[in-house]
Design a protein around this ligand. Structure first.
Ligand SMILES: *[C@@H]1O[C@H](CO)[C@@H](O)[C@H](O)[C@H]1NC(C)=O
Ligand SMILES: *[C@@H]1O[C@H](CO)[C@@H](O)[C@H](O)[C@H]1NC(C)=O
Ligand SMILES: *[C@@H]1O[C@H](CO)[C@@H](O)[C@H](O)[C@H]1NC(C)=O
Ligand SMILES: *[C@@H]1O[C@H](CO)[C@@H](O)[C@H](O)[C@H]1NC(C)=O
Length: 402
């Protein structure tokens, strides 16, 4: 059941009109707003047709789950024996490789994407931005980079790379972004430069992280290892220890059974969806200073593996625990704005227990209203109506799906 914002706003206006009439009762503001809410609830529920069979679960398709934006990467077609096509007139740059294009307006960019390329050409020394995505490259070797010492960004996504020679990185010590997602890598490349700020290695076949792979990378803010074959043993305790600037870590879609250890404390986003995690240590999130987004959708979490207060984190804004086996709603902080608990085994919710503050405290102090705006509970063993104490507590709730 969705109480969408527009409907809610309309009801609130109606509530306000009703309130004007009853002001002669000299009801205090707090009591008045509680009363208006009560009236509002009455109005909402009496106008909604009750489901005929409350025992049947509501169709889950009513509100589709918001999907993380996954860029559609075109699959390369089979390589042909023809050489890469030469597009357009000869370049004004004599050093422009024939299979690439060099725009006079962007002398620091080398565009070699979508060209049927199998071997990386010699990269001109003026290149800062190197685009090689969507080709058939299977190996990256140092010869192509002998003069490429100024390269800052490389996009190698969607090739067939199974090996990146570590000598490559000695030639490009100022590299900031390395995008090598959607390839055939079996391990994190060795010898990555300490200057890196973004490293995307998702959609490979990585099951090994060499010791020291991320050492000295004090400027790395994004590490994406989504959709690989990493297990707990591959993530040694010290593997992330130098990543003091890391903000986003994506380890979703691997085969982890445990929460990864030694995550840098300044992290903002931690994505661990689609693993096999069944247990979170009690103090796991202690010590994070900015953690705001935690995703653990599609794991094997049950009440047993989720200590009662583990998600009561003041910095957390968005917590996603959909598609697990939770039977009760974990405690969370009043600052949380989005909570996904759909497709678990929750049978009942008690707003009084759930409320991060006591209802009495809410009545007397407007500053402590919980900030929860979006709550997904569909796909559990719950049926409407939404309990009154939930509405009484979460007054900023914009959308709730049961
Ligand atoms: C590297 O750059 C130098 C100077 O620009 C040039 O003479 C040399 O031919 C280049 N090497 C290759 C392999 O292109
Ligand atoms: C990290 O970034 C700072 C500031 O941009 C820069 O001075 C420093 O050299 C960088 N570190 C490395 C190892 O590149
Ligand atoms: C959550 O943590 C805060 C302190 O950060 C504490 O005051 C509050 O009682 C905790 N909530 C629950 C439900 O334990
Ligand atoms: C919710 O929990 C409170 C506190 O334990 C309890 O007093 C109340 O009866 C519960 N409400 C329901 C509907 O079970």
């Amino acid at each position: 059941m969705g109480a969408d914002g527009r409907n809610r706003e309309k009801k609130e206006n109606e509530g306000k009109r009703a309130g004007t009439r009853s002001r002669t009762m000299k009801a205090g503001v707090v009591l008045f707003s509680a009363l208006a809410l009560f009236l509002l609830m009455g109005a909402v529920f009496t106008q909604r047709p009750r489901p005929k069979k409350p025992t049947r679960r509501p169709p889950t398709s009513r509100k589709p789950a918001p999907q993380p934006a996954v860029p559609a990467v075109p699959e390369p077609q089979e390589p042909t024996d023809f050489p890469p096509p030469i597009l357009g007139p000869p370049s004004i740059f004599p050093d422009c490789p024939r299979e690439c294009s060099c725009s006079p307006s962007y002398p620091n960019s080398l565009n070699c994407e979508n060209r049927n390329i199998r071997v990386i050409p010699i990269i001109p020394s003026r290149t800062h931005y190197l685009y090689l995505q969507n080709n058939y490259i299977s190996e990256v070797t140092a010869e192509s980079f002998v003069n490429a010492s100024d390269v800052r960004w490389i996009n190698l996504a969607n090739n067939r790379i199974h090996r990146i020679d570590k000598e490559v990185f000695k030639k490009i010590p100022s590299l900031l972004y390395l995008y090598a997602h959607h390839n055939h890598l079996k391990e994190v490349p060795s010898g990555l430069p300490a200057s890196l700020e973004q490293l995307r290695l998702s959609r490979n076949r990585i099951s090994k992280i060499p010791a020291g792979a991320f050492s000295k990378m004090g400027n790395l803010t994004l590490l994406d290892l989504y959709h690989n074959q990493l297990s707990d043993n591959d993530l040694g305790k010290n593997i992330f220890k130098d990543l003091s600037a890391l903000m986003q870590l994506n380890l979703a879609n691997n085969v982890l059974k445990k929460m990864p250890a030694g995550i840098p404390s300044g992290l903002i986003q931690l994505f661990l969806d689609r693993n096999r995690i069944d247990d979170i240590p009690r103090d796991y999130f202690q010590g994070f200073s900015h953690l705001a987004f935690v995703r653990l959708n599609y794991n094997q979490l049950s009440d047993k593996g989720v200590p009662k207060n583990v998600f009561n984190i003041t910095t957390l804004l968005d917590l996603q625990l959909a598609h697990n086996q939770l039977a009760s709603v974990p405690r969370f902080n009043g600052h949380l704005e989005h909570l996904h608990l759909n497709h678990n085994s929750i049978e009942s919710i008690n707003g009084t227990l759930l409320c991060p503050y006591s209802l009495q405290a809410l009545e007397s102090d407007n500053s402590v209203v919980p900030r929860l705006r979006y709550l997904r509970l569909d796909g559990n063993h719950l049926s409407p109506p939404i309990p009154l104490d939930v509405i009484m507590c979460f007054r900023h709730l914009h959308s709730i799906v049961i």
